[in-house]
Design a protein around this ligand. Sequence first.
Ligand code: PXP
Length: 238
Amino acid sequence: MNTRLSVNINKVATIRNARGGNMPDLIQVAKDCERFGAQGITVHPRPDERHIRYQDVYDLKKIVTTEFNIEGYPSDRFMQLVLDIVPTQVTLVPDPPEALTSNAGWDTIRNKAFLTDIVGQLHAKGIRTSIFVNADPEMIVHAKETATDRVELYTESYAANYLKDREAAIRDFVLAAQEAERQQIGLNAGHDLSLVNLRYFQEHIPGLLEVSIGHALICDALYLGLQETIRQYLLQLQ
Ligand code: PXP
């Protein structure tokens, strides 16, 4: 089974916003990611719109022909946006508005009622849901009770420990993936995945449906170009 690659284009918006114009053109980059073989486009609009703007999400909806994944904390404004846009998938992330980037998964026990309500609203519109969680089987058991279609494993700790001891780094992720399989819940992963650590992760995680990758992929594209970079990421996933 091939794992699908969804390119997170937040960083492209960050570069564009640095100068106030439209360079690089986010829409063209999304089209090119798809043309170069990416199977999805991911965005993570934040309340301050410091990278992806809400208008970008509307503009992208018109041109994305692969899987469109919108991540974020389900605030009222975020929910209004995604219920209006109806992307393929919404990934629910528990980060506070000021967070630099996502830095933890949901506590699916404490937030079960809230998440169940949100998942229900998204399902009513036919949107697939994914809940961002740490590699903790218990969080997956409780995520299942919200009726979510998938979970996304937060891979920061795997990436941080990969070079020190990759067998130890992946251990909890294998256990989490096995629990997801038992619960019959789909499995995505993301955060700090890169050309260095992606293949080992994909090879050891059963049933990995999708990875969303932004930071390292855009950094690699500075050296390799976007087309070659995407080709190399896709190769890791075969
Ligand atoms: N998944 C989630 C939920 C995220 O918030 C992010 C970062 O926006 C990613 C995946 C991608 O992480 P990275 O940019 O490190 O590849």
